[in-house]
Design a protein around this ligand. Sequence first.
Ligand SMILES: [Zn+2]
Length: 95
Amino acid sequence: MKGAAQFRGGQCLSESLVKGDWRGKLRFRCAFGHEFEASPRLVLEGGHWCPECERKSWNYGQRAKVDPFFAQVWNPLHEPDELREYPKEVTELDI
Ligand SMILES: [Zn+2]
């Protein structure tokens, strides 16, 4: 999980993982310093990452600079200096 977190530009803060436990929550920190909890299943299989970054805006250009996983889908399609950030008008929490 530590390697997976680094691949997203962040860190896995949890020091222990129950082997084979895909549902237990681990603690992570994203590249922008937000801390959150997620299960290995959510991160590895679901492709989820920092809920704070997802909620606030589409800061895709900034994320691509620090998140190798994200960069591999963003960089081929955008200029390196393209750092548009799209504030979200609604979040899933409002629904
Ligand atoms: Zn974040």
